[in-house]
Write a protein that binds this ligand. Structure first.
Ligand SMILES: Nc1ncnc2c1ncn2[C@@H]1O[C@H](COP(=O)(O)OP(=O)(O)OP(=O)(O)O)[C@@H](O)[C@H]1O
Length: 234
């Protein structure tokens, strides 16, 4: 479970996140939607303890990320899949991450298989396509077998096969009872992937509802999103 309670983050004059409260429950995929600059990445960084809130609180399993004793075993994150050292090989990268976080490397082989990189573990990351880097990022997020996943735009730049693969993986992770928070601005994909949506605009909460409540006959998620972000209500 992830909780944001009156979360606010200011950067000088910019209010990136503005009095935002929501709960992300386990066993579901919660889509996190917002236009460019709406505050999605900042919110995720606050949840992950990478930025400090100006006010308010974000918790994972009831405590702030900074208080987690072994964070990678509780929260898996994918923020920027391209931010990996290209010189390393995929398996070596995961081994290094495991060692640095006191996690047994025993799951690495199975994880590489699960993300479809079973044959690429010995290859240098520098030669990976964006889709392969996203898969490796998912393996890194799953390394500590965490109950909570925070994924920022995991399908950005993926081809249709990669998008479908990510969707199936997220669904299986939620079915395992994990908490899955996933940001995206690809509406059609969110409509078929997410169970619940949190929509923000200019750092504020615009909607927090089940996908079935938002998407009704004759009204696509894109219609709903554009209505919300333009200040109206569908
Ligand atoms: N470190 C920072 N310093 C100053 N302003 C920042 C910083 N990080 C984010 N912002 C600003 O905060 C606002 C929210 O940015 P954020 O990246 O969280 O939005 P986003 O919803 O993730 O956007 P996108 O979909 O384009 O990635 C933007 O106006 C951005 O310019």
């Amino acid at each position: 479970m992830i909780e944001a309670h009156r979360l606010t983050k200011r950067f000088q004059r910019t209010v990136a996140v503005d009095d935002l409260s929501f709960t992300v429950p386990p066993g579901k995929i919660t889509g996190f939607l917002g236009a460019n600059g709406a505050g999605k990445t900042t919110t995720m960084r606050l949840i992950l303890g990478l930025d400090r809130p100006t006010s308010g609180l974000a918790t994972v399993g009831g405590v702030p990320y900074q208080s987690l004793a072994r964070p990678l075993t509780q929260v898996g994150a994918l923020l920027d899949a391209t931010a990996v050292q290209g010189g390393r090989r995929a398996e070596q990268h995961l081994r290094w991450l495991a060692r640095a976080n006191g996690i047994s490397p025993r799951r690495i082989g199975g994880l590489l298989d699960r993300v479809g990189l079973g044959d690429a573990g010995g290859k240098r990351i520098g030669g990976f396509s964006l889709g392969m880097k996203q898969r490796l990022g998912m393996a890194a997020a799953l390394l500590g077998d965490p109950a909570v996943l925070v994924l920022d735009e995991p399908i950005n730049g993926l081809d249709p096969e990669g998008i479908r693969w990510t969707r199936d993986l997220l669904k299986s992770l939620a079915a395992e009872g994990r908490t899955v928070l996933v940001s995206s601005h690809l509406m059609n994909e969110m409509a078929v992937t997410a169970d619940h949506l949190i929509v923000i605009g200019q750092g504020r909460l615009l909607a927090d509802a089940g996908i079935d409540e938002l998407v009704r006959p004759g009204l696509s998620l894109e219609d709903v999103f554009l209505e919300f972000t333009s200040g109206g209500r569908p």
